[in-house]
Design a protein around this ligand. Structure first.
Ligand SMILES: Cc1ncc(COP(=O)(O)O)c(C=O)c1O
Length: 384
């Protein structure tokens, strides 16, 4: 029996491939985006407490009310925006799931969705699985800013949505207020829906501020905004996230969500609610900026070049044009096997596998991991 191919991405994701290669060759894994340091003990204690206190059965479909309320308070405090916890917040098993569910709740066959590339690799398969078409627009290297003329040119009567990601994986670039205003002017007379992937909102450097689409008076009412606790609290393995959207979008989102997973891990929700409700939380951006700065300083001893330090996220894009002229996929695999450092080739974030001789390092690692990795990079000997 021939089973349908629901999307155009074949094979396994690059993150799985590179992490498996890192394990096989005992390489330091700076490829996949996850921290190698522990979570705050208090968060773990709350998880334990949840199981002991009996929070072990199904949670309500939209999420535990205490968690939704804690998120609402957090957004009021950090961004000055008021979010209704009952009608605008849905807890999800991670942001990837929330992105898929948002797409599924709005897309119909032959709709088009604009995707700015390089892009997180789930977007296009999610769009295609829903029978819709991804229209890609390349960001402008080396700063990976948006080519607004190209975005305008990509809009057709079939454009249903545009997906945004800031701070950006894999480039570390960030949108500013002006970008959102330009987007607002472009979509003003259309019904285009925005999906705003803001999973790295709390990892921003050099005094920059993340501007969320929720702060934009015009755009907020046409946006699904997707978040991940994993990226903020260093617990990616918990796979916990949430979607904020206006009430009518949230209703559509929950229509899919209730038959996709119905509800999300109760003890984790209890733990996150209590953790988020503490009077003060550990500051994440400063800690991660230190790691970025340490990585950049160390990397300066190697022949790799940096076009632009990451403004946000926990990724640094690095050029190896002074090191080798291998294609980036080949170079990343060679680096893992021969040098013992695993990275991700940036071509993996483009549908057409555009190769600019760039690789992505994740610097959400302990100092000793970073320095051991860079020491290996310093010694690298490229085959002639
Ligand atoms: C841009 C982007 N969106 C979403 C996610 C997924 O988040 P989660 O682990 O909560 O599914 C990631 C994780 O790497 C990401 O980089």
């Amino acid at each position: 029996m021939l089973l349908p191919q629901k999307h155009s991405a074949t094979g396994t994701t690059i993150f799985t491939v590179m992490s498996a290669l890192a394990t096989e060759y005992n390489a330091i894994n700076l490829s996949q985006g996850f921290p190698d340091f522990p979570i705050d003990e208090q968060l773990g204690n709350f998880l334990h407490e949840a199981t002991v206190k009996g929070f072990n059965q199904y949670a309500p479909m939209p999420g535990l009310p205490i968690l939704r309320q804690a998120i609402s308070n957090d957004f009021e405090r950090r961004y000055g925006v008021t979010i209704n916890p009952d009608t605008e917040i849905t807890i999800t098993p991670g942001a990837t799931y929330a992105i898929y569910t948002a797409f599924t709740s709005i897309l119909q066959a032959d709709d088009e969705v604009i995707v700015l590339e390089p892009a997180y690799d789930s977007y296009i398969p999610n769009i295609e699985t829903n029978g819709a078409k991804a229209i890609t627009v390349a960001l402008r290297a080396p700063d990976f800013s948006v080519d607004w003329d190209a975005v305008k040119a990509a809009i057709t009567p079939k454009t249903k949505a545009i997906i945004i990601n800031t701070p950006h994986n894999p480039t570390g670039a960030m949108w500013n207020r002006e970008d959102w205003d330009i987007l607002a002017s472009i979509v003003r007379d259309t019904n285009i829906i925005i999906l705003s992937d803001e999973v790295y909102e709390q990892l921003v450097f050099d005094g920059k501020k993340h501007f969320t689409v929720l702060q934009h008076p015009e755009l907020r009412h046409r946006s699904f905004v997707l978040y991940s606790f994993g990226k903020v609290f260093h617990n990616t393995g918990w796979k916990m996230g949430y979607c904020i959207a206006p009430p009518e979008y949230t209703t559509a989102f929950r229509r899919i969500h209730q038959f996709l997973c119905f509800s999300v891990n109760t003890p984790a929700q209890y733990a996150l609610a209590n953790y988020l409700s503490q009077p003060t939380l550990p500051e994440v951006s400063g800690m991660m900026q230190q790691k970025r700065d340490y990585f950049l300083k160390q990397l300066a001893q190697t022949p790799f070049t940096i076009h632009q330090p990451a403004s946000g996220s926990y990724f640094q894009t690095v050029s190896y044009e002074q090191v080798s002229d291998m294609p980036d996929m080949e170079f990343a695999q060679w680096l893992t096997k021969a040098c013992g450092v695993a990275t991700i080739p940036i071509s993996a974030f483009y549908r057409n596998k555009k190769d600019d001789k760039l690789i992505r390092f994740c610097f959400a690692k302990k100092e000793e991991t970073i320095s051991e990795a860079v020491e290996r990079l310093t010694k690298l000997k490229v085959p002639a």
